[in-house]
Design a binder for this molecule. Structure first.
Ligand code: MN
Length: 229
Protein backbone atom coordinates (compact mmCIF):
# COMPACT_ATOMS: atom_id res chain seq x y z
CA UNK A 1 0.00 0.00 0.00
CA UNK A 2 1.24 3.48 -0.84
CA UNK A 3 2.20 5.54 2.19
CA UNK A 4 0.39 8.87 2.48
CA UNK A 5 2.24 11.88 3.88
CA UNK A 6 0.64 15.14 5.03
CA UNK A 7 2.71 18.22 4.15
CA UNK A 8 2.03 21.55 5.86
CA UNK A 9 2.60 24.91 4.21
CA UNK A 10 1.54 28.54 4.45
CA UNK A 11 0.49 31.56 2.52
CA UNK A 12 2.77 34.13 0.97
CA UNK A 13 2.35 37.87 1.09
CA UNK A 14 1.40 38.00 -2.61
CA UNK A 15 -1.83 36.10 -1.93
CA UNK A 16 -0.61 32.72 -3.17
CA UNK A 17 0.18 29.70 -1.03
CA UNK A 18 3.72 28.49 -1.33
CA UNK A 19 5.43 25.09 -1.15
CA UNK A 20 8.81 24.38 -2.74
CA UNK A 21 8.40 21.59 -5.28
CA UNK A 22 11.38 19.71 -3.79
CA UNK A 23 9.25 18.56 -0.83
CA UNK A 24 6.78 16.92 -3.19
CA UNK A 25 9.48 15.52 -5.46
CA UNK A 26 11.48 14.09 -2.55
CA UNK A 27 8.41 12.40 -1.11
CA UNK A 28 7.12 11.16 -4.47
CA UNK A 29 10.53 9.68 -5.29
CA UNK A 30 10.38 7.87 -1.94
CA UNK A 31 7.06 6.33 -2.97
CA UNK A 32 4.61 8.52 -1.02
CA UNK A 33 1.28 9.95 -2.01
CA UNK A 34 1.31 13.55 -0.78
CA UNK A 35 -1.52 15.47 0.85
CA UNK A 36 -0.90 19.20 1.11
CA UNK A 37 -2.20 20.89 4.24
CA UNK A 38 -2.42 24.69 4.15
CA UNK A 39 -2.81 26.05 7.67
CA UNK A 40 -5.62 28.26 6.43
CA UNK A 41 -7.55 25.07 5.76
CA UNK A 42 -8.55 24.89 9.42
CA UNK A 43 -10.68 27.07 11.62
CA UNK A 44 -8.44 28.15 14.49
CA UNK A 45 -11.13 27.35 17.05
CA UNK A 46 -11.28 23.78 15.73
CA UNK A 47 -7.59 23.36 15.09
CA UNK A 48 -7.10 20.52 17.60
CA UNK A 49 -9.81 18.28 16.20
CA UNK A 50 -8.83 19.09 12.61
CA UNK A 51 -5.22 18.14 13.28
CA UNK A 52 -6.32 14.93 15.02
CA UNK A 53 -8.41 13.80 12.05
CA UNK A 54 -5.89 14.89 9.43
CA UNK A 55 -2.98 13.12 11.15
CA UNK A 56 -5.13 9.99 11.59
CA UNK A 57 -5.59 9.91 7.81
CA UNK A 58 -1.89 9.77 6.90
CA UNK A 59 1.16 7.63 7.65
CA UNK A 60 3.57 10.49 8.36
CA UNK A 61 3.89 14.27 8.39
CA UNK A 62 6.35 16.78 6.93
CA UNK A 63 6.46 20.31 8.41
CA UNK A 64 7.98 22.66 5.85
CA UNK A 65 9.77 26.00 5.74
CA UNK A 66 8.12 29.40 6.00
CA UNK A 67 7.77 32.48 8.16
CA UNK A 68 8.63 32.89 11.81
CA UNK A 69 6.79 31.39 14.76
CA UNK A 70 5.07 34.07 16.83
CA UNK A 71 7.51 34.69 19.73
CA UNK A 72 4.49 34.82 22.07
CA UNK A 73 4.42 31.02 21.59
CA UNK A 74 7.65 30.79 23.59
CA UNK A 75 6.95 33.61 25.97
CA UNK A 76 8.88 36.44 24.30
CA UNK A 77 7.98 39.82 22.91
CA UNK A 78 8.62 40.21 19.19
CA UNK A 79 11.88 42.05 18.62
CA UNK A 80 10.87 44.86 16.31
CA UNK A 81 11.80 44.25 12.70
CA UNK A 82 13.26 40.79 13.29
CA UNK A 83 10.21 38.60 12.71
CA UNK A 84 8.48 38.13 9.38
CA UNK A 85 5.55 36.17 7.99
CA UNK A 86 3.92 35.46 11.36
CA UNK A 87 0.78 33.37 10.86
CA UNK A 88 -1.04 32.48 14.08
CA UNK A 89 -3.33 29.96 12.37
CA UNK A 90 -0.41 28.11 10.83
CA UNK A 91 1.42 28.13 14.19
CA UNK A 92 -1.62 26.71 15.99
CA UNK A 93 -2.24 24.08 13.32
CA UNK A 94 1.37 22.87 13.09
CA UNK A 95 1.81 22.78 16.88
CA UNK A 96 -1.35 20.64 17.07
CA UNK A 97 -0.01 18.42 14.28
CA UNK A 98 3.24 17.85 16.20
CA UNK A 99 1.36 16.75 19.32
CA UNK A 100 -1.08 14.58 17.36
CA UNK A 101 1.61 12.88 15.28
CA UNK A 102 3.62 12.08 18.40
CA UNK A 103 0.61 10.73 20.29
CA UNK A 104 -0.53 8.71 17.24
CA UNK A 105 2.98 7.33 16.67
CA UNK A 106 3.39 8.86 13.21
CA UNK A 107 6.78 9.98 11.94
CA UNK A 108 7.50 13.70 11.60
CA UNK A 109 10.16 15.26 9.37
CA UNK A 110 10.34 18.90 10.44
CA UNK A 111 12.33 21.12 8.08
CA UNK A 112 13.59 24.67 8.83
CA UNK A 113 10.53 26.50 10.21
CA UNK A 114 9.21 22.98 10.91
CA UNK A 115 12.17 22.28 13.24
CA UNK A 116 11.49 25.58 14.98
CA UNK A 117 7.75 24.85 15.33
CA UNK A 118 8.46 21.38 16.74
CA UNK A 119 10.93 22.77 19.28
CA UNK A 120 8.43 25.42 20.40
CA UNK A 121 5.56 22.90 20.46
CA UNK A 122 7.57 20.77 22.91
CA UNK A 123 8.55 23.69 25.17
CA UNK A 124 11.75 25.05 23.61
CA UNK A 125 12.61 28.61 22.57
CA UNK A 126 14.17 30.30 19.54
CA UNK A 127 16.70 32.99 18.73
CA UNK A 128 14.57 35.61 16.98
CA UNK A 129 17.56 36.59 14.85
CA UNK A 130 20.78 34.58 14.95
CA UNK A 131 23.00 37.36 13.62
CA UNK A 132 22.01 39.84 16.32
CA UNK A 133 22.38 37.00 18.85
CA UNK A 134 26.05 36.81 17.94
CA UNK A 135 26.09 33.97 15.42
CA UNK A 136 27.18 34.08 11.80
CA UNK A 137 24.76 34.91 8.99
CA UNK A 138 22.79 31.72 8.26
CA UNK A 139 20.51 33.37 5.66
CA UNK A 140 22.56 32.39 2.64
CA UNK A 141 20.11 32.94 -0.21
CA UNK A 142 23.10 33.21 -2.54
CA UNK A 143 23.68 29.45 -2.16
CA UNK A 144 20.09 28.26 -1.78
CA UNK A 145 20.85 25.13 -3.86
CA UNK A 146 24.41 24.63 -2.70
CA UNK A 147 26.45 24.34 0.47
CA UNK A 148 26.74 27.29 2.88
CA UNK A 149 28.35 25.88 6.03
CA UNK A 150 29.51 22.69 7.72
CA UNK A 151 27.79 20.75 10.47
CA UNK A 152 28.93 17.87 12.65
CA UNK A 153 26.76 15.00 13.81
CA UNK A 154 27.24 12.45 16.61
CA UNK A 155 27.98 8.87 15.54
CA UNK A 156 24.94 6.63 15.68
CA UNK A 157 22.33 9.31 15.05
CA UNK A 158 19.99 8.99 12.07
CA UNK A 159 21.54 12.14 10.61
CA UNK A 160 25.07 10.73 10.92
CA UNK A 161 23.98 7.42 9.40
CA UNK A 162 22.61 9.27 6.36
CA UNK A 163 25.12 12.11 5.96
CA UNK A 164 28.18 11.14 8.02
CA UNK A 165 29.71 12.83 11.04
CA UNK A 166 30.78 16.04 9.22
CA UNK A 167 29.12 17.39 6.12
CA UNK A 168 28.04 20.62 4.40
CA UNK A 169 24.48 21.99 4.25
CA UNK A 170 22.64 24.97 2.79
CA UNK A 171 21.35 27.61 5.19
CA UNK A 172 18.21 29.72 4.65
CA UNK A 173 17.24 30.61 8.20
CA UNK A 174 17.64 33.66 10.40
CA UNK A 175 16.13 32.04 13.50
CA UNK A 176 17.34 28.91 15.32
CA UNK A 177 16.92 26.85 18.47
CA UNK A 178 17.90 28.78 21.62
CA UNK A 179 16.71 26.41 24.35
CA UNK A 180 16.16 22.88 23.05
CA UNK A 181 12.95 21.29 24.31
CA UNK A 182 13.27 18.51 26.88
CA UNK A 183 13.53 15.10 25.23
CA UNK A 184 15.05 16.34 21.97
CA UNK A 185 18.61 15.20 21.23
CA UNK A 186 20.73 17.54 19.06
CA UNK A 187 22.12 15.52 16.15
CA UNK A 188 23.75 18.21 14.02
CA UNK A 189 25.53 21.39 15.14
CA UNK A 190 27.00 24.18 13.01
CA UNK A 191 30.61 25.23 13.51
CA UNK A 192 29.37 28.39 15.28
CA UNK A 193 27.28 26.35 17.69
CA UNK A 194 23.68 26.37 16.43
CA UNK A 195 21.49 23.27 16.62
CA UNK A 196 21.01 22.22 12.97
CA UNK A 197 19.17 18.94 13.63
CA UNK A 198 17.50 17.09 16.47
CA UNK A 199 15.90 13.70 16.91
CA UNK A 200 13.46 12.06 19.32
CA UNK A 201 11.99 8.73 18.33
CA UNK A 202 9.78 9.36 15.33
CA UNK A 203 10.60 13.06 15.14
CA UNK A 204 13.52 14.40 13.12
CA UNK A 205 14.10 18.16 12.85
CA UNK A 206 16.44 19.56 10.17
CA UNK A 207 17.39 23.25 10.09
CA UNK A 208 18.73 23.16 6.53
CA UNK A 209 16.73 22.51 3.34
CA UNK A 210 17.13 18.96 1.96
CA UNK A 211 14.30 19.62 -0.53
CA UNK A 212 16.65 22.10 -2.26
CA UNK A 213 19.65 19.73 -2.24
CA UNK A 214 18.17 16.65 -3.92
CA UNK A 215 20.37 17.23 -6.99
CA UNK A 216 23.45 18.65 -5.23
CA UNK A 217 23.53 16.04 -2.45
CA UNK A 218 21.51 12.90 -3.27
CA UNK A 219 21.83 11.77 0.37
CA UNK A 220 19.08 14.32 1.05
CA UNK A 221 16.55 11.94 -0.48
CA UNK A 222 17.20 9.51 2.38
CA UNK A 223 15.43 11.88 4.80
CA UNK A 224 12.27 11.69 2.69
CA UNK A 225 12.70 7.90 2.42
CA UNK A 226 12.97 7.73 6.22
CA UNK A 227 9.75 9.64 6.86
CA UNK A 228 7.85 7.60 4.26
CA UNK A 229 9.05 4.51 6.18
MN1 MN B 1 22.46 27.13 9.15
Amino acid sequence: MVATVGVTFGHMENGYSGLHRGYIEGLAAAGAAVQVWPGENVNISGVGSAAKEMVAGVDAVVLTGGGDVNPARYGEESVSGRNYGIDDVRDAFEIAVVHEAMSQGKRILAICRGLQVANVALGGTLYQDVETAGFADHSRRDVEYDFAHEVTSPAGSLVARIFGEAFPVNSLHHQAVKVLANGLVPTATSSDGLVEAFEAGGLVGIQWHPERLLARDPRSSALFEWVVG
